[in-house]
Design a binder for this molecule. Structure first.
Ligand code: ADP
Ligand code: ZN
Ligand code: ZN
Length: 746
């Protein structure tokens, strides 16, 4: 059991008439005051039991004050203190309350969400043992002379034997040997491995691993970052794919660990982090832990405890990891900082990338954002000097940059979305024993099913959208609300047997290519194809083992993986992002294209990228292809500046929905009226306007957009919204939410 941290103040009623300000998970925008009874010892960051309305709840003490604004008669006492050491430190609490204020989300919900589920209830905060596996003595014998006929069993036995004490945590085992679940069961039945609980020792740190010898550019970047360790600052590493950013992260992280502090690394999508995780663990040791939605609650809780207590020192995780109270935080890294998945788009709508900056500020440590295609926001912050701008312009391993061309398909007949020149290139590359990657950002078989007799379309019954044909599952499936039905045999409207899929998705492309290029290994990477656990790893292994092969996929191709043998990248359709209602669509498209292109030509052979388009003259597309991402970003920023769009202004989006369109419309109209009356000077109001997809999951949606060049003016107005909305009788018939710095306007 650890002693309370230095600097942790205990209060008791003997000192003064103390009031505990408590965060309670309730949809209310304030903390609640309770008196501290005589003799009770309690500090900031501990959980307490309090009465709340008619019930009793568990809350967390966020502050202790001398007095309260509430009438003394209304203040109830704290009933019990649950912890004898704080679960969240002062800087964690400052950070969480700031986040709640900035995103206008109930503070109690934000604070309580930073705890593992069990600790939001009255459960003990003692560190539970971690589930693991260990070799039995019979197993140890087997590991020395492994069963030759069962290579998988041998692999698990040998791996366990290589661990200290012949034991390893379940999480570690699963990340090292992702396909081992069935094998473990067999080994368990044979009595060769046992389940065990590992105790709470600090993970060993691996600090002497030298890493690669950095090239000049990398050294310069690392030196700049090293100088910043020990205080708050923000740096943007703007480095092309393969320029060695990750290597720089690793060496910087090692430096921070050597100083006895911890590292938080935020990454976009978990399905793709095993490779990165392995790389971190190999370099820094088992002190690297992972946090993502694929873990069980028990595993998450365990990881939380370990980081909170400083038993583990590196947390690699997806966006919600930003709330983990990592002890002695010394560095926050955000990899692929441009990725939209850092923004949570429902409930508490925060941006983990933006919060990383605040987290670093509160913890007094550097924040490093990295990307090959930085967001326009971050580039703007770098240009104004708020972030240090560090560049890596050449590929670290000496690989050549790909050559990019546009392929005008206006007058081209297409076969399954592919033009003849592209098909010819694919054939040539395969014949040369090399690999091809085809990017189509649409999963499923076809985006719509149509009846050629009567014109029926597979509309979603609950959304203003079409249901996608998923032939593998035999389903029509809405990607917006999840509504499904069997693919009908005959037209539901006229009964004709004349139904045809229109357009293509990856499933169809795979089928087409399998026939057209029979005999070559064909691998599909999209959410459906890798839904099964371990499927992604298996697909990647197949690809790495193959010579000539075809890889088909969605934006999943753009994330984290490197395909060294790919020498041709074909982009089937770049046009979706060019003329969209969403002003960020071109930025997204450019990032995707560059990220996908960057996966090729890793080895000694240069890659080639062919982008099919119907708008070869589009100025931003031209700039991107001819002059690269940075020139594109400059041009796109110019457009944003003249339109006064972010990052040259700040936005917040109010979304209201109701079962009837009229109800949402009237509510937003009245609210806009009330807002205009109280007059937020310097804040523009746009709306009410119907959402781009007005009906979604059976509800009608209406938007009100707030925009201002002054953040303070905007937030001053936003703070008044709950009050103004509450006064409107129409608010009872709608649901509404506020999205600060929205990343999409849907
Ligand atoms: P990024 O994160 O920018 O995509 P990585 O750090 O993954 O780049 O590096 C790309 C490849 O180059 C990796 O295979 C890595 O091992 C290699 N690499 C990185 N830095 C060096 C270096 N200094 N010397 C040799 N190879 C390097
Ligand atoms: Zn029909
Ligand atoms: Zn739907």
């Amino acid at each position: 059991m650890r002693l309370p941290r230095a600097g942790f103040d205990w209060y008791s009623a003997a000192m003064t008439d103390c009031i505990a300000r408590v965060a309670v998970a309730a949809p209310l925008h304030s903390l609640f005051d309770y008196s501290i009874p005589a003799g009770m010892r309690l500090g900031v960051g501990v959980r307490v039991r309090v009465s709340f309305g008619r019930t009793r709840v568990i809350g967390l003490v966020v502050a202790v004050a001398d007095g309260s604004d509430c009438a003394a008669s209304r203040i109830k006492p704290v009933e019990a203190v649950l912890d004898d050491e704080p679960l969240l430190g002062q800087s964690d609490l400052d950070f969480l309350t700031w986040a709640a204020g900035y995103y206008h989300h109930p503070v109690g919900e934000v604070v309580m969400a930073a705890l593992p589920l069990r600790l939001r209830k009255a459960e003990s905060a003692a560190l539970p043992g971690e589930a693991g596996w260990m070799l039995s003595s019979a197993g140890a014998l087997q590991a020395a002379a492994p069963p030759i006929r069962a290579p998988r069993q041998a692999e698990v036995l040998r791996w366990l034997e290589s661990r200290p004490g012949g034991a390893a945590s379940q999480v570690h085992l699963r990340s090292a040997l992702p396909e081992s679940a069935a094998t473990l069961r067999t080994l368990h039945k044979r009595g060769w491995v046992m389940q065990t609980l590992l105790d709470a020792r600090p993970d060993p740190l691996l600090l002497d691993s030298p890493g690669l010898v950095l090239n000049e550019e990398q050294s310069a970047v690392l030196t700049a970052l090293r100088d910043a360790v020990g205080g708050f600052s923000v740096a943007l590493i703007d480095g092309v794919t393969g320029s060695g950013k990750t290597e720089v992260y690793l060496q910087l992280a090692a430096e921070v660990l050597r100083q006895g502090r911890s590292v938080l690394v935020l990454v976009p999508e978990i399905s793709l982090t095993p490779q990165l995780f392995e790389r971190f663990q190999q370099r820094l040791g088992e002190t690297v832990r992972m946090m993502h939605s694929g873990l069980s609650e028990a595993e998450r809780e365990h990881t939380w405890h370990r980081l909170h207590r400083g038993l583990s020192r590196v947390l690699l995780g997806t966006r919600s990891s930003i709330f983990t109270p990592v002890a002695d935080l010394g560095l926050v890294l955000v990899d692929e900082e441009h990725d939209p998945s850092f923004k949570q788009t429902d409930g508490f709508r925060y941006s983990a990338r933006d919060l990383a900056i605040v987290r670093g500020q509160r913890a007094g440590c550097p924040v490093v954002l990295g990307s090959a295609t930085p967001s326009l926001e971050s580039l703007r912050n770098a240009a104004t000097g708020r972030y240090r701008h560090l560049r890596l312009d050449s590929r670290a391993g000496g690989a050549l940059s790909p050559h990019v061309d546009l392929l005008d398909i206006r007058d081209q007949p297409l076969q399954c979305g592919m033009s003849q020149p592209l098909l010819d290139r694919v054939a040539a590359v395969l014949a040369a024993g090399e690999q091809v990657m085809l990017f189509l950002n649409r999963r499923g078989f076809a985006p719509v099913l149509s009846c050629f007799s009567c014109g029926w379309l597979s509309d979603c019954p609950r959304c203003d959208a079409r249901q996608t044909v998923h032939r593998g599952h035999g389903l029509l499936w809405c990607h917006h609300c999840g509504a499904q039905r069997r693919v009908p045999k005959a037209c539901p409207a006229c009964g004709a047997h004349d139904l045809h899929p229109l357009g293509q998705g990856t499933e169809q492309l795979e089928e087409f290519l399998a026939e057209r290029f029979a005999g070559y290994p064909l691998i599909r990477l999209d959410r459906d194809a890798v839904a099964r656990k371990g499927a992604l790893q298996a697909q990647l292994e197949r690809l790495h083992a193959a010579e000539a092969a075809i890889l088909v996929g969605t934006q999943m191709l753009a994330k984290g993986h490197h395909f060294p043998r790919v020498t041709l990248v074909g982009v089937l359709d770049a046009d979706g992002g060019l003329y969209s209602a969403d002003f960020r669509a071109t930025e997204r498209m450019a990032q995707l294209l560059v990220q996908v292109a960057g996966r090729a030509g890793r080895g000694d052979r240069p890659g080639r990228v062919l982008i099919q388009t119907r708008y070869p003259g589009h100025p931003l597309l031209q700039t991107l292809v001819r002059r690269g991402y940075r020139a594109f970003a400059d041009a796109a920023l110019d457009e944003r500046r003249s339109a006064r769009l972010p990052p040259f202004s700040h936005q917040a989006l109010l979304r209201a929905d109701a079962t009837r369109l009229e109800a949402a419309q009237v509510f937003v109209e009245r609210l806009a009226g009330a807002v205009r009356e109280v007059g937020g000077s310097g804040v523009e109001l746009w709306g009410p306007v119907p959402a781009p997809m007005t009906r979604r999951a059976g509800r009608h949606r209406v938007h009100l957009l707030f925009q201002s060049t002054q953040r303070d003016a905007l937030h001053g107005l936003l703070r008044r919204l709950p009050g103004l909305a509450g006064e409107l009788p129409e608010s009872k018939r709608v649901r509404w939410s506020l999205d600060v710095d929205p990343v999409d306007l849907f």
